[in-house]
Design a protein around this ligand. Structure first.
Ligand code: AMP
Ligand code: MG
Length: 422
């Protein structure tokens, strides 16, 4: 990670170009890796990331089983309609028949039951008539079965030793079911990253407090805490730092929880009351970069505080939320041992857009599907980065590259659907 302690403000040759979103993301991710491994019981691992590959301990099914109710037979004995067989036993799920099917034999069988030795076909019960449901009953073939029909061979689904899950996989309910079926009860996982969340600003009061003159409720920390949890990490509340030099450092150093990442909001510019950049330039900390060619979110800080990676998000609620989607989510994924690349789709614009400037734009928008099932996206009329109501009502961001030409209604644009949970 670059650790320059100088800002990228203007030099003799004029201001440095802003860092692109892609370059900023690469530099943020470069310094991140998962740390510890822990063993967890499978019922508790949804959303967690596997630290090692998993091989099947059992085959599925463990033996050839019937896929239907009927009779386990030899196809050779059922070549003509009206052929008759003798019932010699019964195989039910969990209660296999341990004999062998010989010439003219039929074994009553049910779904999931082991196919007895000697049988090669399941004659469906609908395709046969039985004189009774008892031993020695005569079974008449009414429909000639196809040889091998309705038998699931041993290992059809999974074979012992097969690699069923790769390290880095995010566990879902269905993957938990797979690992369980293959004989596992617990798995090794990367420890969930602990993400410290710090708000900054003299105007902020905690939720539940009635704001006094000039005060507002700090909503960013609540948003980020929920966001971090939805990404599979553990949020750690670092409180609110007042707009004073050294406050950010004091709050981060005040926690006893070991942190994998610190996220701050606000104070990210270089105004009189913004202290994150200066605090990071202080001894023992590192400042990477702090200006990105994006809107919303130009002041975005990357650095380390006492060796802990730090992401300094802007204060405006929508800016911090958009930056969380673009930078924080992939950062948490990397710290968790997985990867996150946002899904992007192409959609037709419902209304035109003016030419874009040098910053990559993330426009709050509504994504819908027309009667032909084609995606159509409508940018919100107001794009003010302070307006949480507009962000809350959006379900997608239109991503416009720097210097994008004017777009007409009907033109395709790239759209990033927002995770409905964040
Ligand atoms: P700043 O980047 O500190 O100048 O903040 C930019 C804007 O975001 C200001 O209007 C702040 O009041 C607002 N803001 C900063 N932090 C928060 C927060 N935690 N919750 C809600 N709004 C915030
Ligand atoms: Mg502030």
């Amino acid at each position: 990670m670059p650790t320059s302690k100088t800002s990228n403000a203007s030099s003799g040759k004029g201001p440095r170009p802003l860092l692109s979103v892609a370059e900023a993301l690469t530099r943020i991710l470069e310094g991140l890796a998962p740390s510890q491994i822990e063993i967890c019981a499978l019922p508790d691992v949804r959303g967690r990331v596997l630290a090692s590959d998993i091989a099947a301990r059992l085959s599925l099914p463990p033996a050839a089983v019937s896929a239907m109710d009927g009779y386990a037979v030899r196809a050779a004995d059922c070549r003509g309609i009206g052929a008759t067989l003798t019932r010699v036993g019964e195989s039910a799920a969990g209660r296999p028949w341990d004999g062998s099917v010989g010439v003219g034999d039929a074994v009553r069988i049910f779904t999931g039951a082991v196919v007895p030795d000697g049988a090669d076909t399941i004659l469906l019960q609908e395709d046969a008539t039985a004189t009774s449901e008892t031993q020695s009953a005569t079974i008449t073939v009414n429909e000639v079965p196809r040889e091998g029909q309705f038998i699931r061979p041993a290992g059809l689904d999974v074979t012992t030793g097969d690699m069923i899950l790769a390290a880095g996989t995010v566990m879902s309910a269905r993957l938990i079911a797979l690992a369980t079926s293959a004989g596992h009860t617990d798995v090794s996982l990367w420890r969930q990253p602990h993400v410290g969340i710090l708000s900054t600003g003299d105007e902020l009061v905690t939720p539940g407090t009635t704001p006094g003159p000039g005060q507002i409720i700090s909503s960013n920390a609540i948003y980020l805490s929920s966001f971090v949890a939805a990404c599979g990490a553990v949020p750690v509340d670092l409180g609110i730092a007042r707009d004073l030099p050294g406050e950010m450092l004091a709050c981060v150093r005040g926690t006893t929880t070991p942190l994998d990442l610190v996220v701050t909001t606000g104070g990210a510019s270089v105004g009189t009351h913004d202290h994150i950049v200066n605090d990071l330039s202080a001894s023992g900390t590192e400042l990477g970069f702090w200006k990105i060619a994006m809107r919303p979110g130009k002041p975005l800080i990357h650095g380390r505080v006492d060796g802990i990676p730090l992401l300094g998000l802007p204060g405006n609620p929508v800016s911090s939320a958009v930056c969380a989607n673009i930078f924080l989510r992939p950062a948490i994924a990397r710290l968790s041992g997985s990867d996150h690349t946002p899904e992007m789709i192409s959609a037709r614009l419902a209304t035109g857009l003016q030419a874009n400037d040098q910053r990559q734009d993330y426009l709050r928008a509504t994504l819908e599907y027309d009667l032909q099932g084609q995606p159509v996206v409508t940018p919100a009329r107001k794009q003010d980065s302070s307006m949480i109501s507009i962000y809350a009502g959006a379900n997608a961001l239109i991503v416009r590259p720097p210097h994008d030409a004017p777009r007409q209604a009907g033109d395709p644009v790239m759209v990033m659907p927002l995770d409905p949970l964040v």
